[in-house]
Structures are given as structure tokens and as C-alpha cells.
Design a protein around this ligand. Structure first.
Ligand code: PBG
Length: 327
């Protein structure tokens, strides 16, 4: 038959398919979430996230060593403090769980990238991401606390701080405070378009950070909105963010694509706890091939325009890339 175009020519051999690939993945673009529990000694499996662990301060380096063994070079830390109060004061304590974890990791593994989640929900006794007045989170009062948390993380040696609170003006508040304290080189990875999502369920169970009343819809984004994500990214960029983020990933691929087209900052996506837990549950039920689904979903996030990915599958994905299953 007389066909001018035969797309199948580029699908003929494995080598040619690899040659003509549009999306390339690297283990260097993966970030692994590590949960550190101040009250724990050793390692304890997380029930809501099969295959994931809580680490005590005495074993947090084990989590890093596991990452390095798979070629994963970056982590984001989440803390479970021993004490909570109304204003989340353990979040900025000099010897708080995250501050100690950062020091421990950076002393032993200075080249391993440590990003810290800057938020208050794990540290407040009410589980909201800021300071409450009645049932409202007070934006401007919360900013001062977030800035204090970020400075304490930077002082402990964090490479980047990642504000996940969704307060207005948070990036500017953090940048100003970091600079004023001599941390001009500490980068800000902004959770710019963070939606009020049901996909955070397993994380909240793992981190003990579910709100004790109400929800987070007064500060996290409405899942109906796309243009608002652009506005959030633009504001964070103007306020000095070094990296923008869309979260969750899989249900927001359109947002990742649009934001990565529109902004000249690196774009991170966060494949959140519910995305991971759903694949685990489907695989455990024998319904899907876990490894292939893991690869295909991660690939879709990069194809949508993400430059880097936070994922609970970071180690397994790094293996899959190295073993040429994807990449
Ligand atoms: C803290 C925070 C949350 C997640 C990351 N940082 C929970 C939330 O906003 O309720 C969720 C991550 C995940 O589900 O994997 N605010």
C-alpha cells in the first residue's frame, strides 16, 4: 500500500523505540518521603501505607541508606512530634524531631538532599495547618510561625524548605525570614497548587495530622479550579519560589501540563499517599500488575510536564529505570 506515513517504523525494535522516546526518566528526579517519629526507637511499618515505615531518630540514617542503595538522592522529611499544642511550638523547637533528623542526616550524608515539609498540622493539637482564631486559620499570624519553622530547618542544615500550608504570602514570608537570618542559599520548593484532596487520607493516618474538626477547604484549593492553580504558581514565583509544585499528581495532570508550560521554574509533582495506597490495594487484590502500574503512572506525571516527582515508590521506580523497564 502507498502510505507516506508509517508511525510503526519507530516502534519496530526496542532500540528504536528507546531512541525515539519523548519522555526520559532519571532516578535523580525522584524524591522519597521519610516519616520521622520522635517517640520511636527503631523502625515501625506504617499501616495505612503498606511497604512504608516510620523511622526513629536513631534509625533515620537507615532510611537514607536504603535510598542510596537504590540510587535515590533526595528526600522530603515529615515529622511526628512527641508533644503537640495549639500553636504547634514543637515545629520550630531547636531540638525538634525534624531539626534533629536533618542534623543527623546531613552530618553523615552531606550530599544527600534534605527537603523539609514546612507546615503545622502534625504539630498542632487541633490538626489544622496554622493558628486558629475560633474555627478559622488566621493567615497572617500563621505566616510568622511558618517563617520561624523554616528558619529552624535551615539552621539545622536543610537544603530546601517546602511550605505545604497554603497560606497566602507564605513564600514571601519564608524568603524574607531565611534571608534575614543568613540563609540566602536555602531554596524554597513551594506547594503552589495543593488541592483539598481525599488522596491525603493515608498520609494523615500515618502522620497523625487529620484536622480534629472541619476540613482544609478554607486554605487548600478547590479541585474544580484550573486557572486558580496558575494564579497560585504565579504568586509563588513572584514571591521567590525556586521550585513550584502541583499536588496530588494523577488527578491533576492537566494542571501539571499547564503550569509547566506557563512557568520557567522547575515543576515538581507529588504523587500522594492515596495514589500509592490505591495501587498497593489493587495489586494486593490481584487486580493489577503493581510494577507496571507504578511505572505507567509515574511516566504519565513526567509526560504531563513534571521535572521531578515526590513518590513513595521512589526506590522501586529508580530500580525500574535502571533495569530499563521505563526511562
Ligand atoms: C501537610 C501535608 C500533607 C501532605 C503533605 N504535607 C497533608 C495534608 O495537607 O493534609 C500529604 C501528602 C500525602 O498524602 O502523601 N500539610
Amino acid at each position: 500500500m502507498d502510505l507516506t506515513n508509517r508511525p510503526r517504523r519507530l516502534r519496530r525494535t526496542d532500540a528504536i523505540r528507546r531512541l525515539s522516546r519523548e519522555t526520559r526518566l532519571s532516578p535523580e528526579a525522584l524524591i522519597y518521603p521519610i516519616f520521622v517519629d520522635e517517640a520511636l526507637s527503631g523502625v515501625r511499618p506504617i499501616e495505612s501505607l503498606p511497604g512504608q515505615n516510620h523511622y526513629g531518630l536513631d534509625s533515620v540514617c537507615q532510611a537514607v541508606e536504603e535510598c542510596l542503595a537504590h540510587g535515590v538522592k533526595h528526600c522530603i522529611l515529615f515529622g511526628l512530634p512527641a508533644e503537640k499544642d495549639a500553636c504547634g511550638s514543637s515545629a520550630w523547637a531547636e531540638h525538634g524531631v525534624i531539626q534533629e533528623a536533618v542534623r543527623t542526616i546531613k552530618t553523615k550524608y552531606p550530599d544527600f538532599t534534605v527537603i523539609t515539609d514546612v507546615c503545622m498540622c502534625e504539630y498542632t493539637d487541633h490538626g489544622h495547618c496554622g493558628i486558629l482564631h475560633g474555627h478559622e486559620v488566621d493567615n497572617d499570624e500563621t505566616l510568622a510561625h511558618l517563617a520561624r519553622i523554616a528558619v529552624s530547618h535551615a539552621a539545622a542544615g536543610a537544603d530546601m524548605v517546602a511550605p505545604s500550608d497554603m497560606m497566602d504570602g507564605h513564600v514571601a514570608a519564608l524568603r524574607r525570614a531565611l534571608d534575614a537570618n543568613g540563609f540566602q542559599q536555602t531554596a524554597i520548593m513551594a506547594y503552589s497548587a495543593k488541592y483539598a484532596s481525599a488522596f491525603y487520607g493515608p498520609f494523615r493516618a500515618a502522620a497523625g495530622s487529620a484536622p480534629s474538626f472541619g476540613d482544609r477547604k478554607g486554605y487548600q484549593m478547590d479541585p474544580h479550579n484550573r486557572k486558580e492553580a496558575m494564579r497560585e504558581c504565579r504568586l509563588d514565583a513572584e514571591e521567590g519560589a525556586d521550585i513550584l509544585m502541583v499536588k496530588p499528581a494523577l488527578s491533576y495532570l492537566d494542571v501539571i501540563r499547564e503550569c509547566s508550560n506557563a512557568f520557567d521554574l522547575p515543576m515538581c509533582a507529588y504523587s500522594v499517599s492515596g495514589e500509592y495506597a490505591m495501587i498497593k490495594a489493587a495489586a494486593a487484590a490481584g487486580l493489577v500488575d503493581e510494577r507496571r502500574i507504578m511505572c505507567e503512572t509515574a511516566l504519565s506525571v513526567f509526560r504531563a510536564g513534571a521535572d521531578m516527582l515526590i513518590t513513595y515508590y521512589a526506590k522501586e521506580l529508580a530500580d525500574a529505570i535502571r533495569e530499563k523497564e521505563i526511562g
